[in-house]
Write a protein of this length. Structure first.
Length: 332
């Protein structure tokens, strides 16, 4: 039998020994009565107790508990297969996770604004595949191309500034990695969305990477995170709960968004530049993408299972009610 939450079956590890101990104690009580009392005395003290009814009563409780655990584990029934047709554009998001994305020149911070924009963007997709590459000095494929938007949304929740081990921002390398991942899939309609504060510090020059994207016919839409006025980067709180910030040469470090290269990258590749401070930035990108030719229709097979938990839940309820109403006293 397959279960949706099979981890809950571990409750049996606790439940079965407890109930075994409980029944053992009942057995010991009965044995002690038989050992230390004669039949006449036992009859006077325990004349109204039906040990058979008591055992049945608590057996019902035990069985009900077992069925409740099985119901919580969501036992599956017969498989239900279905096919889903989809077609769209392959979209690779390049998301800067450098420390500068913690800057608070926008509220709550640069990363917070960007992640909310990407979540809104996910809600606009239909049939398109989307993937995420996070980057600093190194790049990492956080999510390969997929049209499972719920999974992408959960992955976004777990992305944060400084998550990669090597600091520094290599925008050109990220663009190159995004191009390679899209080429591997061999689709015609492909787009890169580059989200960064524009501070390139190492690796391939972004302009060179843009020319590679142009050669492959992949437009790069760039989104600048932050403002040109810039803002400080929170580093923690002191003992009194006051925020303190990263410093440089004894002064609070201010990181400013540089969009000059981002505009050039977008222009070279046939994409567009947007600012993350614009609440419609990602919606405008979606409007541009929706006008592109869709990739060929594909069929994705899904297998779901019938939910059978209610059967076990119903049996558990019946057993629990039976245990409650079953008397342990003999009828007189």
């Amino acid at each position: 039998m397959n279960f949706g939450n099979d981890g809950l079956l571990k409750l049996f590890i606790i439940a079965i020994p407890l109930f075994a101990y409980f029944f053992y104690k009942i057995f010991r009580i009965i044995s002690n009565y038989n050992s230390f009392m004669d039949a006449k005395t036992r009859g006077k003290l325990l004349f109204s107790v039906s040990w058979t009814s008591a055992i049945i009563k608590y057996s019902c409780y035990f069985a009900a508990f077992i069925f409740f655990i099985i119901a919580l584990a969501r036992p599956y029934g017969a498989p239900i297969k279905s096919d889903e047709e989809y077609k769209g554009v392959d979209i690779m998001v390049l998301l800067d996770t450098s420390e500068s994305m913690t800057a608070i020149d926008v509220k709550p911070n640069r990363m917070g604004v960007v992640k909310q924009g990407l979540k809104d963007f996910l809600n606009l997709l239909s049939g398109d595949r989307i993937g995420i590459i996070v980057f600093e000095k190194d790049t990492f494929v956080q999510c390969p191309l997929t049209n499972d938007y719920e999974t992408v949304d959960m992955i976004l929740d777990n992305i944060y500034p400084g998550m990669l081990p090597v600091e520094g921002t290599a925008i050109g390398d990220a663009i190159k990695e995004g191009i390679q991942r899209l080429i591997e899939k061999g689709e015609k309609s492909r787009v890169i969305i580059l989200v960064t504060d524009g501070e390139n510090l190492s690796g391939m020059p972004p302009i060179d990477a843009a020319r590679l994207a142009q050669k492959e016919g992949i437009p790069v839409y760039t989104v600048g995170a932050g403002t040109q006025q810039g803002g400080p980067m929170p580093e923690g709180q002191d003992a009194w709960g006051r925020e303190y910030y990263k410093t440089y040469n004894g002064q609070v470090a201010i990181t400013r968004m540089d969009d000059s290269e981002l505009k050039q990258v977008a222009g070279i590749t046939g994409g567009k530049y947007y600012s993350a401070t614009d609440p419609n930035a990602f919606r405008n990108i979606m409007n541009d993408i929706s006008g592109m030719q869709k990739n060929d229709t594909k069929i994705k097979s899904h297998t779901k299972y019938e939910e059978n938990y209610y059967i076990y839940l119903f049996i558990g309820i019946i057993l629990f009610i039976t245990g409650n109403i079953l008397p342990v006293r003999k009828r007189t």
